[in-house]
Design a binder for this molecule. Structure first.
Ligand SMILES: [Zn+2]
Length: 314
């Protein structure tokens, strides 16, 4: 009996699934609860595959957090029994992203849920309100090795390069379904996006750093790095000013991408890694997380990066 079967054998009302593959696991678990054979062709399996099953509600964050309104909506609909399946399932993606009010509101439903309702909460770590933890059966998933994740993604139809990009973004963890969907759409449009970014004036290109889509943002960073060796000192200072006004997570993203891109490019050209530049990038990341003066940090980093890029492209 595998993990899904053994859990479904004696179903609880609330599960907390912890691990990088939690959303895949939740999907399979929901399917198993609705169709124990996981036959792939009955109405339950078909509707689950299309995301149209009326008895499965999948809640993801809207914006930065899962809001109190989203949880209230669940609470109101919880009084209606399932339409087609024996159970009604609420999946809450990334419990870490519940706002405090939303978490407290969720607790109220978790305290005394209707018998037909099953909660599947997903989390990346155990860093969760203890009151929520205490109401859930906790399932810790093992971290799959990278080779396994790559195989799963290949089976989903992604190419080697696409997998590489995706795993760079997730830092080697299994991407969730929403990121997979964004990735697939981006990948078909990538050449067009690169062309568009390449044609932008510097100032407009720099504004693309705040782009929501991480794939597009990543391309913007790469385009900036390509232009950086040719920038005048005045331009470097302007770029530093723009960068320093971005949210901290954007600045971190920029530095992380620069690190990846720099190592990657050096690797391809079989040059010795430029320790000085890599050290500067790593130090900048650390300083950023320790309340350094962001403008000074950006200026110093961009100049070091420009010199490093000039030296290696010479
Ligand atoms: Zn089925």
């Amino acid at each position: 009996m595998d993990l899904v079967e053994s859990l479904a054998h004696k179903p609880a009302q609330a599960y907390l699934i912890v691990g990088a593959t939690a959303s895949q696991f939740a999907r399979q678990f929901a399917q198993h609860l609705f169709c124990p054979q996981e036959c792939q062709h009955c109405p339950h399996c078909t509707k689950l595959a299309h995301g149209t099953h009326p008895d499965l509600t999948w809640v993801s964050k809207s914006g930065k957090r899962i809001s109190i309104d989203q949880v209230r909506d669940l609470q109101q609909k919880a009084v209606y029994p399932p339409v087609e399946a024996p159970k009604k399932i609420y999946v809450i993606e990334s419990v870490e992203d519940l706002s405090l009010e939303a978490a407290n509101s969720l607790l109220k439903i978790l305290e005394d849920p209707p018998r037909y309702l099953v909660f599947i909460l997903l989390a990346k770590s155990m860093n969760i309100l203890p009151t929520i933890l205490s109401r859930c059966q906790i399932v810790k998933l093992p971290t799959p090795p990278r080779a396994h994740i790559e195989r799963v993604l290949r089976e989903r139809g992604l190419s080697e390069r696409e997998i590489e990009i995706l795993l760079t973004l997730t830092k080697g963890l299994m991407p969730d379904e929403s990121l997979l969907a964004v990735a697939k759409q981006f990948i078909s449009e990538r050449p067009k996006i690169q062309k568009q970014l390449g044609a932008l004036h510097d100032q407009t290109l720099w504004q693309s750093l705040t782009e929501q889509n991480p794939f597009v943002r990543r391309e913007a960073v790469i385009e900036i790095l390509k232009r950086l060796p040719n920038y005048s000192s005045a331009q470097v200072l302007d770029l530093a000013t723009t960068l320093s006004k971005c949210a901290q997570e954007i600045i971190e993203f920029f530095i992380q991408e620069a690190l990846y891109w720099y190592r990657d490019n050096l690797g391809r050209r079989e040059l010795l890694p430029d320790r000085h530049t890599i050290y500067a990038l790593e130090t900048a990341l650390w300083k950023l997380q320790h309340n350094a003066n962001v403008l000074l940090l950006a200026e110093s980093l961009l100049f070091t990066l420009r010199e490093g890029l000039r030296a290696t492209s010479a």
